[in-house]
Design a protein around this ligand. Structure first.
Ligand SMILES: Cc1cc2nc3c(=O)[nH]c(=O)nc-3n(C[C@H](O)[C@H](O)[C@H](O)COP(=O)(O)OP(=O)(O)OC[C@H]3O[C@@H](n4cnc5c(N)ncnc54)[C@H](O)[C@@H]3O)c2cc1C
Ligand SMILES: *[C@@H]1O[C@H](CO)[C@@H](O)[C@H](O)[C@H]1NC(C)=O
Ligand SMILES: *[C@@H]1O[C@H](CO)[C@@H](O)[C@H](O)[C@H]1NC(C)=O
Length: 502
């Protein structure tokens, strides 16, 4: 046997270390020519951005949008100023959003410290005070150690959650949402999808009083639903009590426009009607290739286009996307579970403090009221909101703008109960987030060979950052699967492995 030269040995070693796919696989496999992304919300636009990073400059990326870029990130104009009407609050540890906002040259606005009250349908059961020490003492007095326990509990879960950034920076991807959660916190994390937040908080030792008076109103504010949501989304909602919350200056939706233009994707304004699997002969290689035909309706009429890879970044519920799947074998599953309706109403007016149990309305100082689960009550929350643009010194005095979240549109009668006077009212109805009902099983990410579904992650938790995490995961997954680099997909023990990886 001939002696190996050191160089050859080195090469062998290198090949062994690379493992998985064949060396240089990326050069030998044809790159995709066209990728289609459906939906230009934060999910679709960040997906376009990550796809461009992974697949390089030659691939053509089309993003379909039937409404406005931004989707559930949207503003409403009240008397010349814009206010967030959809997804509004970001957490200081939403690292993808933080990075994207910075890279796109946008800036953050910190949320104003607000005074919060908790309402039981008749009166306020707890009110924060402008003197923080007093709030702190009242919390201890009313709820013992529950508040402190909540911050440690949230932190323990966040530590696990933050691993996703490490994994994604090393380009690891997951082929299911459960698999992604499992990689972060093992079975105890996926278990969170199998229990309600009420059960999980009880098990963690929170008092029933704290759960119903404090936790439920926070959950209702964030998701229009209470203790029956899954524990994972519940914990995400409770992180909204952390300090340092922020939003994008000028409006959260701006990030979507910036991502679209940076990704050099083509925006197609139109409604996608159907997707169909097509098998075609590659003229050069003679191979059979699978492609996807997108039929959409736009100003120029009914059109079809063919793509190598498809990313779907809208909930596929018929009442939302209404996309038909033709010719898929096995067929694409039905997406019949419902989204929860939340109505945003912006009201320029004076709140009726009497309605919230105040004897002397002049004493009323709160900027936000979250309500407990009370069947007869018609709102989830009411809060003063600031314009998305940092405004000149101080606004002229006058009534503030209040944002009300409610399950149904407010009637005139309800408005005149909530407000002692008001001049303008603006309303936006959303199918906002999933109607949670654990045990939760989230839809597949891989709908077909090269067709990926991002929005299924919302069944674990629906928020801006989760959709960006899903977008990055789908872009990585699409890339690894196209180039057959399966050693980057669904790996176990990443936490251990990354300690030693270069
Ligand atoms: C009232 C409200 C408050 C919220 N508050 C927060 C919050 O404070 N913090 C937070 O993190 N999250 C919040 N969220 C959730 C957050 O807004 C969403 O999770 C996120 O914006 C979803 O982004 P997405 O891109 O996945 O979906 P979407 O924004 O829904 O984007 C999907 C896009 O696809 C388009 N589309 C659908 N079907 C078709 C079709 N057939 N053809 C072409 N285009 C199509 C739609 O028009 C839409 O623009 C809130 C949501 C709502 C509604
Ligand atoms: C959660 O429940 C589902 C059934 O609904 C089950 O298949 C799954 O194994 C459970 N997961 C855990 C971590 O217990
Ligand atoms: C304010 O709320 C009280 C108590 O619900 C109600 O009686 C009153 O009609 C409301 N409206 C005004 C303008 O005070």
């Amino acid at each position: 046997m001939p002696a190996q030269t050191p160089a050859a040995l080195l090469l062998l070693l290198l090949l062994a270390v690379r493992g998985g796919g064949a060396p240089g696989a990326e050069e030998t496999l044809r790159p995709p020519a066209r990728i289609g992304v459906i939906g230009a919300g934060i999910g679709g636009t960040s997906a376009a951005y990550f796809l461009r990073q992974k697949f390089g400059r030659d691939v053509l990326i089309d993003v379909f949008e039937r409404g406005e870029v931004g989707g559930r990130l949207a503003t409403l104009n009240v008397d010349g100023q814009d206010y967030e009407a959809g997804g509004s609050i970001l957490h200081p540890l939403n690292l993808h959003m933080k990075q994207l906002v910075k890279d796109q040259g946008l800036s953050a606005i910190q949320s104003q410290g607000e005074l919060l009250g908790f309402y039981n349908g008749e009166e306020l059961v707890f009110e924060e005070s402008s003197w923080y020490i007093w709030t702190f003492i009242k919390r201890l007095w009313y709820y013992g150690l529950n508040y402190l326990r909540m911050s440690t509990w949230i932190e323990e879960n966040l530590v696990n959650f933050m691993r996703i950034y490490h994994y994604q920076s090393h380009e690891y991807a997951f082929s299911s949402n459960e698999g992604l959660l499992h990689a972060l916190g093992g079975a105890s994390f996926t278990q969170l999808l199998n229990q309600t937040i009420g059960e999980a908080m009880q098990k963690a030792g929170f008092s029933p009083k704290f759960i119903s008076e404090i936790a439920v109103p926070i959950l209702e504010f964030c998701f229009g639903q209470g203790v029956d949501m899954n524990a994972f989304v519940g914990i995400i909602a409770l992180t909204g009590t952390d300090p340092g919350l922020w939003s994008v200056e000028g409006g959260n939706k701006l990030i979507c426009n910036e991502l679209l233009s940076t990704s050099e994707a083509r925006l197609i304004s139109g409604t996608v009607l159907s997707l169909e699997e097509k098998t075609q002969h590659n003229r050069r290689s003679g191979d059979l290739e699978k492609q996807y035909e997108v039929t959409y309706h736009s100003e120029s009429g009914l059109t079809t286009d063919v793509y190598d890879i498809i990313l779907i970044a809208t909930p596929l519920q018929p009442e939302i996307a209404n996309i038909a799947f033709h010719n898929f074998n096995p067929p694409i599953p039905e997406f019949s579970r419902h989204y929860h309706q939340t109505v945003t109403t912006l009201v320029h007016g004076h709140i009726n403090a009497t309605f919230f149990g105040y004897q002397d309305p002049s004493q009323f100082q709160l900027s936000s009221i979250f309500s407990m689960d009370y069947p007869k009550l018609f709102i989830n929350s009411i809060s003063i909101v600031s314009p998305v643009k940092k405004t000149a010194p101080k606004q002229p005095s006058g009534p503030p703008v209040w944002r009300v979240f409610s399950p149904e549109p407010l009637t005139k009668g309800q408005l005149s109960l909530l407000f002692s006077s008001y001049d303008s009212v603006f309303e936006k109805r959303w199918l906002a987030y999933p109607q949670y009902n654990p045990p939760e099983k989230s839809p597949p990410i891989i709908l077909h060979d090269q067709m990926y579904y991002l929005s299924g992650i919302e069944w674990t938790a629906s928020c801006i950052e989760m959709n960006v995490i899903a977008a990055k995961n789908a872009a990585l997954l699409a890339h690894h699967r196209w180039y057959k680099k399966l050693d980057k997909v669904d790996q176990e023990d990443l936490q251990e492995r990354l300690k030693t990886e270069l």
